[in-house]
Every structure is written in structure tokens, then in C-alpha cells.
Unconditional design. Structure first.
Lengths: 751, 76
């Protein structure tokens, strides 16, 4: 029997060889298919040997080649001939025959199982080259990366998986996997969640958003519905966790169960007061024990009003009542710098409440939001997380052709570009208006365009429908050089980091270049459809600030003023001539509560002229301002070109015979003009008048504050000690002297 | 449409080979109460049915899920 079978196989092989070598006709092709099927079943390797030696022309004659190769690959994997299967797939690529992804996946899995991790990875990457969004391939890649200890890449793949499959299930799985992977690097952030319903599923989505922003988050969720106890007990898990930001999500129905039963006008009025009282008391207690930012979700109705269309005409209507309750909360929370109200109704509206909310989830598990709502909520929450961690970006760099207007101005001329009150063109006007609005919040704009100046400037200056004009741009690079170099120069010119830039360019090639060369720059994926430009810009969460200061509003104008100052400097002969011609004025005042926002901004941003680089946040700063043992000074400077705003600050700690200068900072904008002397002299005068014998300045050298190293020495202080990285410099105000520079007119508002 | 085992493997991110009829919250990582809800959503979407709450809490393992789906006229 056995011998007969072997004979038979030998004949088959012979026949197949003959069929391949002959010129193939229709009938022969069918015969071949039959023979191939037989070989596949019994001896796939032999079939592969035959095919491998065939030329491309011969292969073209083989019927249903793709199908045959796929089945052959599967068979080879099935009998463990992984090397041959790999060769076959490579050959298929070479022959330009497209094989189904499932074949590659099978091979990769088999390679993984037999420990051939390098080969498996090769196969998987091949799959991803064909379809970068292949979820199964990505999951395989993730396992391979984990196995070979490439943690950072593994984290990236997890993020990619959640991006491509943004369901709660995938997000939860990715979140669990991260804990196993260990650290990814990135700045740590501690976020807590207090809620009256089950909002745990938000965490995995928030995790992905944080990681995308370069953060390494840790989360704490208060045990379900124990938020009051956790807030009040100073030894609770919440306070031990010491969050930097706390999200408070209270559901209306939990605060006021009666709302589901058409409450009367009186009941509504009473509970409006109760809700306001309860929530503000809770926030007050929380803030007393926890210095972090507190973000409270708005209250929202969970379905249409039972009053139907009469709701907004009745005294006991619910929609207006909810508006009022939220307005109460907005008033309370808006009056303090450390509390915010998150516009939950707006966020849920974007997700779509029907998609967002599943009744089944509510009844079964007191969960409220579906996948879509959780995703939107996580994204919106980043608008609070980013400014707390100093991730706010300050400058948007835009391309011109195809971004600010339609068409290429160098080809169609200024009259040919699409920009005007009708479509096409109106979408670009709208986009420019959104960019203009950003400048009013203190965000800078810059141009980076491959163009000739002569083509561009007439449009910027004279085109009837341009919303943005020359003066709105704080820097421009309009040339034919590499955009990465241009962006780096723009950052340099504006004296900001690359991580402060957002890059908008309609050309995907330019975007890919910048993503690769300047990964710190945020390169936004722009839609091909220009009508979505404005929405894309408005969806960015990178421009938020916890307060808009006067300095922010002045900022764009200041760059213009600086240009004028530079021009003056170049035309002045000598330095002191220049300094006098500036007509500088300085005002020094004791800081009040209204200065806290600007002080916190300065303390956290200033690096070069900063004696001790202590990053005080809002609560600490407010305490210094209010403390009887401390003096906090703010220095405001202006010259003939304009105001700089508050550009200097100092914190002084008073003891009986000694004053300590805890912090002294100056904005780099006014370095080199001796304004720091003015502020130091004020401290010196105040000490001298009170017969203080020792004025002590601390200096902690860092990588960035080199320019401050000789600050105290220049003013006559003597180095007294250098202990554990902190230098102490001493002056005796009764004996030594500090003089104001002659070119600055000083006024003092001392309280 | 995939099988129940495939849906379970997909939702919890585990190898298909590790899922069988006896798979349940004790043996599958991530199949806690939150995971059960994700699984429920995935089953409903995959098999195009809306599962009763009463039935949802009876789905204690893969075999039971299959039985319950059969009662909805679905073979998984």
C-alpha cells in the first residue's frame, strides 16, 4: 500500500513539473489546478519548490494564483514549514501578487509560538505596511514588543490601538496592559475623580489623552458614592493621593432625586438653594485640604422634560431651572482662581445623547455615559490638565497657500486665490477669523510659507477679504528653505520653545517632515476638506490658560513694540543714549489678590532671571500675598513704545532682624535694562527704613539661570555661604547702598 | 459575525485559543463587572440583538451565553 502511494505521488510530481514547463493552455491549466490541490494536501513543500523556480511569465499562466499561493502558505504553516512560508510571502511580494492579510497573520502567530520573534515581527510589520490600521496586526506587534522589552514602543502601540478602536473595552484593556508594561517616561500628573455615579470607565480614555500629551498619569477614583467622606477625612485615600487636579462629577438625580417626579415651583426653589449650598460647601472643604485645581461638572438633565413643549413656559419648567442652577455654580466657582465649571451639557451634546447614554448601563451599573460621551469628556478634560502642567502652546505657525486661502498665489496671482464671502473661499475667511480670535487671547501667529515675498505681501496688505493682516503675525519666514529650519528660527526669534508651537499646513509631506524632524512641535492633521479647517482649530485643547492676564492681551502688540525698540537701538550710537531715549517708567507695588494669577504665571514660566526657581502654585502664592510675615512685590514697566505689564516679582520673608529674599524674578523681555535694580532697591529701602541689619538673598544655580548668577554680587552683596546647592548673599542696608539707574523713572505704590 | 469565543477574546484582548465554553469572570482577565458590560455591548452589536437585563445577569460563562443567544434565535 505504502509503496503504491509513494509511486502515485512521484507520478503527480512528475506531471506537475511537466505542466509547469509546457506552455499552458486552458485544459492544461485545469489539470494543473487538480494536481496542485493534490500536492497541497500531501506535500505542500514540494509544490512550493516547484513554484519557486518558475519565472514570472510562467506564473502568470497559473490559474487562480493568489488563491493557490494563499492556500499553499496556510498549508506550509500548518505543517510547521515556517521558513518556507516566509519565503513564499516574500516571493509573493516580489511577484507583486497580493495575498490576504489572514495568511500573514497566521504565519506571524505561528512564528511567535515557535519563538521566532524577529521573524514574527518582520511579518507583522509587513502587514502594517499594507494597512497601518490593522487591529489584529497591532495587537500582535504589541505582544512582540512586550516580549522583547521595548516598553516605549509598546506604549505607543497601545495608544494607537485605542485611537483606532475607541471603545470602552479596548481602552480598558489598554489601561490594564500599561500597568504591566511599567513606566513610559513623560511628566507625571496626579488626577483624582470624585463622582456620585460610576465614572470609572472614563479613566482609560483620560489615560490615553494624557499620554498623547506626553504625560505619565496616575489616577485615583473615590469609592463609589463616598465622595463626601473622602473629602472631609484628611487621612482619606483622596488626600493621601495628593491630586494636582480633581474632577467632581455629581449627577443631578443624585443631588435631587425628586427631579424625576415633576417637582413643584417651591420644591424646585428649595432644592436650587440646597444644591448651591451643598456643592459650594463640598468644594470649600475640598480646597481647604487639597491645593489642586478643582473642576466641577455642570449638572445636566438626563432626558427630555416631562412637561414637553410647555417646559420653557412654566414656572416649574426644568430646563430653565437647570440653567439657573448651573449659573449659580458658575458664579460661585468663577469667583475663585482654583475652581472651574466644566460645560458638561456642551460636551454631551457633541457626543450625541442617544449614542452617549445607554439606559441599560444606567439601570445595571449606575453608569451614565457611552463610549462616545466618554471620549469627548476625556478630550475636554485635557483643557484643564494641560495648563496645570504647563503644556499650553503659545504660537500657531501657518502655511499660506491652501491653508489661509485656496489656491497658490504664486501661480494664480492675488486676484486668483479663493478668499471671499462665498464658497469656495468663505471657509478660509472663517478659518482666519478663528485664528484672529486666538490672538486676542494672547496666542501668537507666525507665517511659514514657501513663496516669494513679492507674491505674498500684496495679499497680506491689500486683499479685500483678508481678515489677518501683517500686524497680526509676530514672525514670518517666507522663503524656499526647509520648513524645519524656518520653524526653529521662528521659535528662536519669538524666544519660545519648539514645544510651544502648533504647525498648520495643508501639505501632508510638509507635515510628515516636521513630525519627524521636530517632534516637539504639535503638527495638526488637517482635513483635506477646507470647510472643516475652523472646526479642527477650535477642537485643539492646547491653548487653554487658567486665567487670561493683561500681559496675555498685550502680548501680540508687544512684539510689534519690540521691533520698534530694536530699530531704535540700532540707530542709537551709545548704550546709555539708547537707554535714556526709551523713557522707561517703573512702578513697584505690594501684590494684591488680583495679582496672583500673573504671579503664578511668571513663577512657573521664568527660567533665565530667577534666583531660586521656586514654582509656587495658586494656593501658595495667595498665602504669601496674604501673610503678615511676607512681602510680595510686583514690578510693572513701560517705555515710550508701550507697556510691558508686570515683568518682575519678589517674595521677601521678614524675620525680626533679617529679611530673606526667597524669590526674585524678571521676565527675560526686560533683561539688560537694569530694571531689576529698581525692584531690589525698593526692598533695600523698605528694610533700611525699618533698621533691618541683614538682607539675605538666596541663589540656587540651575541649568537655565546663568544670567542671574552675578545679580547679588553686582549690587554689593557678599557671598556668605554655599550649602547643598544654595548660595546665600548678604547686604547690610544700614551701611551699603543701592542706587536706581538714572534712565528709569520710578514710582512706588507701597501699602 | 463571529463566535461567542471570538467576541470574548476580542473584548478582553486575550488569545482566542485561551477561551472555551467554560471561560468565565474567574478565568478571564478583565472580565469584572465593568468588563461584563463591555462584553454585553459587544455581543449585542456582533449578533444584532438587544439582550434583556434579566438575561444579561445570567451570562455567567461562555456556554451560558451561547444558550441564551440561542433563545434569541441566534447561533453563536
Amino acid at each position: 500500500m505504502k509503496r503504491t502511494a509513494e509511486d502515485g505521488l512521484g507520478k503527480w510530481i512528475g506531471a506537475a513539473e511537466v505542466a509547469l514547463l509546457e506552455s499552458v493552455e486552458e485544459a492544461t491549466a485545469e489539470r494543473f489546478a487538480g494536481l496542485a490541490a493534490g500536492l497541497l494536501r500531501h506535500c505542500p513543500q514540494k509544490l512550493w519548490d516547484l513554484l519557486r523556480e518558475a519565472s514570472k511569465g510562467e506564473l502568470d499562466e497559473v490559474p487562480a494564483l493568489e488563491n493557490l499561493l494563499e492556500r499553499l502558505a496556510e498549508s506550509l504553516v500548518g505543517v510547521g514549514r515556517l521558513a518556507e512560508a516566509g519565503d513564499l510571502l516574500r516571493a509573493a511580494r516580489h511577484w507583486e501578487v497580493g495575498l490576504a492579510g489572514s495568511v500573514y497573520r497566521q504565519l506571524a502567530q505561528a512564528q511567535m509560538l515557535s519563538g521566532e520573534t524577529a521573524r514574527a515581527e518582520e511579518t507583522v510589520r509587513e502587514l502594517l505596511k499594507r494597512d497601518p490600521a490593522d487591529l489584529d496586526a497591532l495587537r500582535l506587534l504589541y505582544r512582540l514588543l512586550g516580549r522583547t522589552g521595548r516598553t516605549a514602543e509598546a506604549h505607543d502601540v497601545l495608544s494607537r490601538l485605542v485611537e483606532l478602536d475607541p471603545t470602552a473595552a479596548t481602552a480598558a484593556w489598554a489601561f490594564r496592559e500599561r500597568a504591566k508594561l511599567g513606566e513610559a517616561g513623560g511628566r507625571p500628573v496626579r488626577i483624582a475623580l470624585l463622582s456620585s455615579y460610576v465614572l470609572d470607565p472614563l479613566i482609560p480614555f483620560l489615560d490615553v489623552e494624557c499620554r498623547r500629551a506626553g504625560l505619565s498619569p496616575a489616577f485615583y477614583v473615590t469609592p463609589f458614592n463616598q465622595y463626601t467622606q473622602e473629602v472631609l477625612d484628611p487621612s482619606s485615600g483622596l488626600h493621601s493621593f495628593s491630586p494636582e487636579i480633581v474632577f467632581v462629577a455629581l449627577e443631578l438625580e443624585d443631588l435631587f432625586p425628586g427631579i424625576r417626579r415633576m417637582p413643584s415651583v417651591d420644591e424646585l426653589a428649595r432644592s436650587r438653594d440646597e444644591i448651591r449650598g451643598t456643592v459650594t460647601a463640598l468644594i470649600r472643604e475640598l480646597h481647604a485640604r487639597c491645593p489642586g485645581l478643582i473642576v466641577v461638572h455642570e449638572l445636566a438633565l438626563t432626558g427630555p422634560s416631562p412637561h414637553g413643549i410647555l417646559d420653557n413656559r412654566r414656572g416649574d419648567g426644568l430646563s430653565r431651572w437647570v440653567e439657573n442652577v448651573n449659573r449659580d455654580l458658575a458664579d460661585e466657582l468663577g469667583s475663585q482662581p482654583h475652581t472651574f465649571l466644566l460645560p458638561l451639557r456642551e460636551v454631551l451634546a457633541r457626543a450625541g445623547t442617544e449614542r452617549g447614554q445607554s439606559r441599560k448601563l444606567r439601570y445595571m451599573a449606575r453608569m451614565r455615559h457611552g463610549d462616545a460621551a466618554l471620549r469627548e469628556l476625556a478630550r475636554y478634560s485635557m483643557r484643564y490638565v494641560k495648563p496645570v502642567k504647563g503644556l499650553t502652546r503659545k504660537c500657531v505657525v501657518v502655511d499660506l497657500d491652501g491653508t489661509l486661502w485656496g489656491g497658490v498665489v504664486g501661480e494664480v496671482g492675488a486676484d486668483g486665490i479663493q478668499l471671499g464671502p462665498t464658497a469656495p473661499g468663505i471657509e478660509f475667511v472663517d478659518f482666519q477669523e478663528a485664528l484672529l480670535n486666538l490672538t486676542k487671547r494672547g496666542i501668537l501667529l507666525a507665517i511659514c510659507s514657501k513663496n516669494n515675498m513679492d507674491d505674498v505681501m500684496p495679499v497680506l496688505r491689500e486683499h479685500k477679504h483678508m481678515v489677518l493682516r501683517e500686524e497680526h503675525f509676530s514672525a514670518r519666514r517666507i522663503n524656499w528653505r526647509n520648513k524645519a529650519e524656518n520653524l526653529a528660527e521662528i521659535a528662536d526669534e519669538l524666544n519660545i520653545g519648539l514645544d510651544s508651537l502648533v504647525f498648520l499646513d495643508d501639505n501632508p509631506v510638509e507635515r510628515e517632515l516636521i513630525r519627524r524632524l521636530l517632534p516637539d512641535v504639535l503638527t495638526v492633521e488637517l482635513p483635506r476638506d477646507a470647510s472643516q479647517l475652523r472646526a479642527t482649530l477650535e477642537n485643539l485643547t492646547d491653548f487653554e490658560q487658567l486665567a487670561v492676564t493683561k500681559e496675555d492681551e498685550l502680548r501680540v502688540g508687544q512684539y510689534e513694540a519690540n521691533r520698534l525698540r530694536q530699530a531704535l537701538k540700532r540707530s542709537s550710537g551709545r548704550l546709555d543714549e539708547y537707554l535714556h531715549s526709551l523713557e522707561m517708567r517703573a512702578d513697584i507695588a505690594r501684590a494684591r489678590a488680583s495679582h496672583v494669577a500673573r504671579l503664578v504665571q511668571m513663577f512657573n514660566k521664568t527660567n533665565q532671571f530667577n534666583t531660586t526657581t521656586r514654582r509656587y502654585q495658586t494656593q501658595a502664592m495667595a498665602q504669601f500675598v496674604a501673610s503678615p510675615d511676607h512681602r510680595v512685590y510686583v514690578l510693572e514697566v513701560a517705555d515710550r513704545f508701550g507697556e510691558h505689564g508686570i515683568v518682575g516679582a519678589a517674595i521677601v520673608r521678614e524675620e525680626r532682624k533679617t529679611w530673606h529674599i526667597d524669590s526674585f524674578l524678571l521676565s527675560c523681555r526686560v533683561m539688560g535694562l537694569s530694571v531689576e535694580t529698581v525692584l531690589l532697591k525698593q526692598i533695600y529701602d523698605a528694610a533700611r527704613v525699618r533698621a533691618i541689619g541683614r538682607l539675605v538673598g538666596e541663589f540656587v544655580p540651575t541649568v537655565k539661570n546663568g544670567p542671574t548668577a552675578d545679580f547679588y554680587r553686582r549690587h554689593g552683596f557678599r557671598l556668605d555661604g554655599d550649602v547643598r546647592g544654595t548660595q546665600t548673599w548678604i547686604l547690610d542696608p544700614r551701611v551699603d547702598r543701592i542706587e536706581d539707574p538714572a534712565w528709569i523713572a520710578v514710582t512706588v505704590t507701597e501699602e | 459575525m463571529r463566535t461567542v469565543e471570538e467576541v470574548v477574546a476580542g473584548v478582553f484582548g486575550v488569545e482566542r485559543a485561551s477561551v472555551d465554553e467554560s471561560s468565565c469572570p474567574e478565568t478571564v482577565e478583565g472580565w469584572d463587572s465593568m468588563g461584563h458590560l463591555n462584553l454585553l455591548a459587544a455581543l449585542e452589536q456582533n449578533f444584532n440583538v438587544s439582550i434583556d437585563i434579566g438575561d444579561a445577569v445570567e451570562m455567567v460563562n461562555v456556554q451560558k451565553i451561547r444558550e441564551i443567544l440561542l433563545a434569541y434565535g441566534v447561533r453563536g
